[in-house]
Ligand binder design. Structure first.
Ligand code: ATP
Length: 328
């Protein structure tokens, strides 16, 4: 039988995402509900190595459910990739009496946690916190919905200028390896074209489509481009190329950048973070380990971390079809 868990550590790692605070809050309060102590670990795995810990009680997480970022801070930690670094981390956890760990982050953070768990036999759980929605085993990662709303809001504003000046705007959104933000926000914002890493549209087709769009009576257009799209050009080169080949268009480029990560989490992300966090704590208390908690068919579900890290989160073919049809 697994050892009774009396103290759970929580950390946020990798890129920050809106809703991480809602998750921390729910973890702290679920621990308190079950009479388990909760230890906040600052700056991700770096905080494990530096023993940067603080006991968190239910009142320490008042008024954070509405805040973007993470009160625990986050970091990318090179030392944790080494065995010596992880040994220091484990010794610090042991000294502090921490029996189990919850990691809120992306697949890199889950990989780090799995290595630690394997080497030192410490129970761990992963909660997917990233705006990219690129993790297998959950329909939504914490932060994705908020990021979509931020992008749609920004594109709505850009469209005012695009339509007033009859311009073509290329708007770059986050997503180096995954086009989930571009595809969903593109549909939501009524973009004329959506360029994503999973699909190579080709320059010729893009030009043809924009020509068709102009002929059909559209006087302005928005093209959403994911950072990692595959046309082999960055968004500025793409804009220049289109302006050279379609002189009838006046092209402008807008890169939304880090604004997509910030801001108050949407209600959806707050509820999601709360649901996943309660399940993460309770799974540990029931003796479970090495799972990611996610949402599958709107139900909270566990996926082995190994699968979550190795699996793909493919782009939704139905959304691609919807986008093709409604941009006519
Ligand atoms: P995001 O999706 O926002 O990038 P992420 O969790 O994937 O989040 P990473 O930078 O890939 O972010 O990983 C976060 C941290 O996890 C790294 O800085 C490192 O400390 C740890 N980590 C990642 N991969 C490993 C690994 N193979 N072994 C040990 N630690 C790792």
């Amino acid at each position: 039988m697994s050892k009774a868990i009396k103290k759970i550590g929580v950390l946020t790692s990798g890129g920050d995402a809106p809703g991480m605070n809602a998750a921390i809050r729910a973890i702290v309060r679920t621990c308190s509900y079950h009479n388990v102590e909760c230890i906040g670990i600052f700056r991700g795995f770096q905080g494990l190595i530096d023993a940067d810990f603080e006991v968190l009680g239910p009142r320490d997480v008042n008024y954070i459910i509405n805040k973007g970022g993470t009160i625990l801070k986050t970091a990318r930690c090179v030392a944790f990739r080494t065995e010596e670094g992880r040994k220091v981390a484990y010794d610090n956890l042991k000294k502090a009496g921490v029996d189990a760990l919850i990691v809120i982050g992306g697949d890199g953070s889950f990989t780090g946690a799995m290595v630690l768990s394997k080497e030192f036999d410490i129970p761990i759980m992963g909660i997917p916190g990233t705006i990219d929605n690129d993790i297998h085993g959950t329909s939504h990662t914490i932060g994705f919905d908020t990021a979509l709303n931020t992008v749609v809001d920004a594109v709505d504003k850009i469209r005012d200028t695009a339509s007033s000046h009859k311009r073509l705007f290329f708007v770059e959104v986050m997503g180096r390896d995954a086009g989930h933000i571009a595809l969903n926000a593109g549909i939501g914002a009524g973009a004329e074209e959506i360029l994503i890493p999973e699909e190579n549209m080709g320059m010729e087709r893009l030009l043809e489509s924009l020509k068709k769009s102009k002929k059909s009576g559209k006087s302005s257009s928005i093209v959403i481009v994911a950072e990692g799209e595959k046309l082999g050009k960055n968004v500025f080169e793409l804009g220049e190329y289109v302006e050279t080949n379609l002189p009838e268009y006046e092209v402008r480029v807008s890169v939304l950048g880090h604004m997509q990560r910030g801001g108050a989490p949407s209600c959806f992300d707050r509820v999601l973070a709360s649901r996943l966090s309660v399940k993460a704590v309770e799974t540990l208390l029931e003796g479970g380990s090495n799972y990611m908690v996610g949402l599958i068919n709107d139900q909270v579900a566990l996926t082995p971390l190994e699968q979550a890290v190795k699996g793909h989160s493919p782009v939704d073919q139905e959304l691609l079809r919807v986008s093709d049809i409604i941009t006519i």
